[in-house]
Design a protein around this ligand. Structure first.
Ligand code: C2O
Ligand code: CU
Ligand code: CU
Length: 509
C-alpha cells in the first residue's frame, strides 16, 4: 500500500549553528544519532539516523574562504539498522558493524579531512580505520558559491548509512552570488530527493537479498536499490505552499541508485543557474532535468502569474537508467501550491549573466587515461561492477601530478548509466561518443560508431559527477590540485560504490 501524496508540508532542514566562531575560524560539532522522525503523518514515526537529530542533516552554510573545523561525532548504536553484507569489501566480520566517516561532496579539502572510506571511526572514536585517524576535519572552502552536500562514506556500508539518513546540504556562499540578486531567504530552498520503501509499521525497508536468495549467504548486497516512495527533505511526497514569485531551489539527488528526470506538469520552463560545482555562465531555460545520484542543479522556478495553481513535479526516469522499468509509482516527486499571498514585491531576478566560465582546452592536458566500467561475477554468482577492471584493494593506478591537466576516457562496457564522481576537483565534460562494445571486448580497440556529442546544456559548467552512459565513451577534463595525497573516484550508485566500483587515486608532487 502506498502512502497518500501531498499530505505533509515540505520540511526545510535547519541551518547548523557553530559552537563558536571568530574572525579567523568557525567550529562546529555534529553528532550522529539514532532517533524517530515522522516521514509521513499517516504512518508511525520511523527510526532513522541523522546528524544533530535531523534527517536530512542540518544545512551547513559557510562563506567562501571561511576556515571551518568540524568535529563529526559518531553516537550511533552498535547494531546497524539494515542488513550488513559481510562479504563486501571493508565490511568483513573483523571490523565493527557500525562505522562512519563523513565526506563533503564537492569540497576541495586536504586528504585527511576528505572522508576517505577507510578513515572510518566508531562510537566515541573508540575504533578507527587504517587511514588518517583525524577527529576534527578542516575545510578551507577555497571555492566560489556552490551547492555541496555531506554524507557518509564508510567502506562497504555507505549505502546503508546514507539510506538510514546520513546526508545533508553544505552550501558555500560568496559576494558575487549575493550581487546577482537571486531569490533568497525564504525564497531559496534546498531539495534533497530520495527514494525509500517502508514496512507496514513505518520502519524503513532495505532488502537483505537479491531477488533469489544466494546459497551460503544470509545477507547479500543488491545490485541496485529502488524504493517505491519518494521523499523530499525527509517527507514522503510533500507539498510546498509558495507565493506568486520566483524561487531558487537547490536540487540534489540523494538517492542510492535512482535517477530522476524532472519536469513540471504545468509545462513551464525551469531556469537552471548552476551545476554540481557552482554557478553557470548563463542561465538556461529547460523543460526537464536529469539528475543521477549525487548530481545537483541550482534552478529558479517562477510562480508569478500562477496564483491558485498547483504544480506537480514529475519524474519519468526508468530504473535502472536508462533502459529499466518505467517510473510509474514514483512518477511524482512533490507539489507546489501557489497559495500564499505575495508578501512583498519580487525584486529578485534571473540574471542574464552569472560568472565567467573558462573552458579547459584539450591541448592543455598532459595525460590521457582510458578507464573502463565493467561487469564482473563474484564467487556466489553475483554480478558486480568494476572501474578499469580493478578492485578497491588493487594498487593505485591513477596518480595525476599536482597542477597537471588530464583527460579521462570513461569507457562504459555495461548496460547501465553510472554516475562517476571524483573527489577533490571539479571537471568539465568534453563529449560523449558511441563506440563498438563488442569490438572493444575482443580487441581492446575503441572503434567509434558515431560523432562526438557535446555535453547537454544542463551539464555545461563545472561538474563533479558525470553520467557515463552505456555503449559510450564519456570524456572529462580536469586539473588536479590544490592538495596532494589520497582521494577516491567512484560510481555514485551506492550499491556499486560499496561493492568494488570505487578506486583510490593519488595526487602526487
Ligand atoms: Cu558523494 Cu565519494 O561521494
Ligand atoms: Cu565526493
Ligand atoms: Cu555504477
Amino acid at each position: 500500500m502506498l502512502l497518500p501524496k501531498f499530505v505533509d508540508e515540505l520540511p526545510i532542514p535547519p541551518i547548523l549553528k557553530p559552537r563558536w566562531k571568530d574572525q579567523l575560524q568557525t567550529y562546529y560539532e555534529v553528532n550522529m544519532t539514532e532517533f524517530k522522525q515522522s516521514l509521513h503523518s499517516e504512518q508511525n514515526d520511523t527510526t532513522v539516523w541523522g546528524y544533530e537529530g535531523s534527517y536530512p542533516g542540518p544545512t551547513i552554510e559557510v562563506e567562501s574562504g571561511e576556515k571551518v573545523f568540524i568535529k563529526w561525532i559518531n553516537n550511533l548504536p552498535e547494531k546497524h539498522l539494515f542488513p550488513v553484507d559481510y562479504t563486501v569489501h571493508g565490511a568483513h566480520v573483523d571490523v565493527p558493524e557500525v562505522r562512519t566517516v563523513v565526506h563533503v561532496h564537492g569540497a576541495s579539502v586536504e586528504p585527511e579531512s576528505d572522508g576517505y572510506p577507510e578513515a572510518w571511526f566508531t562510537k566515541g572514536f573508540e575504533r578507527v580505520g587504517p587511514y588518517f585517524k583525524k577527529e576534527v576535519y578542516q575545510y578551507d572552502n577555497n571555492q566560489k558559491s556552490v551547492t555541496q552536500w555531506y554524507h557518509d562514506h564508510a567502506l562497504g556500508i555507505t549505502r546503508l548509512n546514507v539510506y538510514a539518513g546520513l546526508a545533508g546540504f553544505y552550501l558555500i556562499r560568496d559576494n558575487r552570488e549575493r550581487l546577482l540578486n537571486l531569490p533568497s531567504g525564504d525564497y531559496e530552498i534546498p531539495l534533497i530527493i530520495q527514494d525509500r520503501s517502508f514496512h507496514k509499521n513505518g520502519a524503513l525497508y532495505y532488502p537483505n537479498q537479491q531477488d533469489k536468495p544466494i546459497k551460503g549467504l544470509e545477507t547479500s548486497i543488491v545490485p541496485e536499490f529502488f524504493g517505491d516512495t519518494i521523499l523530499v527533505n525527509g517527507k514522503v511526497w510533500p507539498y510546498l505552499e509558495v507565493e506568486p514569485r520566483k524561487y531558487r531551489f537547490r536540487l540534489l539527488n540523494g538517492s542510492n541508485s535512482r535517477f530522476y528526470r524532472i519536469k513540471l506538469d504545468s509545462g513551464q520552463l525551469i531556469y537552471q543557474i548552476g551545476t554540481d560545482s557552482g554557478l553557470m555562465e548563463y542561465p538556461i531555460g529547460i523543460k526537464e532535468i536529469i539528475l543521477a545520484p549525487a548530481e545537483r542543479a541550482d534552478v529558479i522556478i517562477d510562480f508569478t502569474n500562477l496564483v491558485g495553481k498547483n504544480i506537480i513535479v514529475t519524474n519519468d526516469a526508468p530504473a535502472p537508467f536508462p533502459d529499466g522499468d518505467p517510473a510509474s509509482a514514483v512518477g511524482i516527486v512533490m507539489e507546489f501550491r501557489v497559495s500564499l499571498p505575495l508578501t512583498s514585491i519580487d525584486t529578485s531576478v534571473i540574471p542574464s549573466y552569472m560568472e565567467p566560465f573558462s573552458k579547459i582546452i584539450e591541448q592543455s592536458a598532459s595525460k590521457e587515461r582510458y578507464l573502463t566500467l565493467n561487469d564482473n561475477m563474484d564467487q556466489y554468482g553475483r554480478e558486480f561492477m568494476l572501474l578499469d577492471n580493478k578492485t578497491w584493494d588493487a594498487p593505485i593506478t591513477e596518480n595525476p601530478k599536482l597542477g597537471s591537466t588530464e583527460i579521462w576516457y570513461l569507457i562504459n562496457l555495461t548496460t547501465d548509466t553510472h554516475p562517476i564522481h571524483l573527489h577533490l576537483i571539479d571537471f568539465q565534460i568534453l563529449d560523449r561518443r558511441d563506440f563498438d562494445v563488442e569490438k572493444y571486448n575482443k580487441e581492446r580497440i575503441i572503434h567509434y560508431t558515431g560523432p562526438a556529442l557535446p555535453p547537454e546544456p544542463q551539464e555545461r559548467g563545472r561538474k563533479d559527477t558525470v553520467r557515463a552512459n552505456p555503449k559510450q565513451v564519456t570524456r572529462i577534463i580536469m586539473k588536479f590540485g590544490p592538495y596532494t595525497g589520497l582521494y577516491v573516484w567512484h560510481c555514485h550508485i551506492l550499491e556499486h560504490e560499496d561493492y568494488e566500483m570505487m578506486r583510490p587515486y593519488i595526487v602526487i608532487r
